[in-house]
Design a protein around this ligand. Sequence first.
Ligand code: PLP
Length: 362
Amino acid sequence: MNKRAYNFNAGPAALPLEVLQRAQAEFVDYKETGMSIMEMSHRGAVYESVHKEAQSRLLGLFGNPSGYKVLFLQGGASTQFAMIPLNLLTEGKTAGYVRTGSWADKALKEAKLAGEAFVAASSEAAGFREVPDLAGLELPENTAYLHLTSNETIEGTAYFTYPDTGNVPLIADMSSDILSRPFDLQSFGMVYAGAQKNLGPSGVTVVIAREELLEQSPKHLPTIFRYDTHYKNDSLYNTPPSFSIYMVNEVLKWIEEQGGLQGIEQLNRKKAGRLYDTIDQSGGFYKGFANPDSRSIMNVTFRLGTEELEKQFIKESEAAGFIGLKGHRSVGGLRASIYNAVPYEAVDALAQFMEEFQRKNG
Ligand SMILES: *Cc1c(COP(=O)(O)O)cnc(C)c1O
């Protein structure tokens, strides 16, 4: 096999090599059925067991809290930006949104199209370099839910503690950090994530929610946009993205093998620490975008002294085999996305490249 690329893509992103190899081994003939999993009916027993296994593994990683259901939906996290308010933001209610950056704002925009929404907290004044402190947040009585983005993929900021919202369901877009570290699922009404960053390939969106949020949707909503449709049909109302769900199940097995969420967190902190140390010890040659307390351990964003130098860094890093380091156009600079599946060796190689680049250009 050719050498694996040093893949720092923001999404779709790196997958564990072991997962790709296992999928390859059973790609043509799944468990001696004479068929690929992709060729099977989603109503058959073989696919159904994969579907159920993925759901139960996912809840298992969170300690199997009672009253939660896993849905496999389509249309990406972007569709959830719309489905959440369409289903949960009913007449006479308002929804609180925490503004942390680009993805949070996209979610807020959809809520405003569907109903009443307000900004519960914002870090705009800080240039979205940090996440707003949510301790002591007061919410109006008619708040349908509070929505936050646990990890802002573009700015490279993250929450490491979550507010107690009492009876108001807390909802989080966890697209870029789900399963990167343990958290108490029971403090959330709902979490959701497009799979293509930390869970598997693109094509499936995972929603984990308290059953009471899924059981009933407003009468006027079209069938396919209703949580109750997918809840009652166990995400088999229409054809699910079966191959993507199969891959998610394989990624979940791999996470179990890494020691579950605790094991993964240790590895992720070691990876992120290697890059942030390189930035902090560069004497200002590299400047981290996020303020230290809010630094993401999934997306490491940084800048250099001039745009000229940043262009040179991107060019030379590409030539050296590092993929996907150009920052998002809205923030500029550089971004290394180091999701669960990015190995420590790739991160260490990048840190060494950064040190060498500084020696030559500092
Ligand atoms: C990538 C991303 C999205 C968008 O996901 P799609 O699956 O492309 O709709 C939403 N939120 C966050 C935090 C993301 O990182």
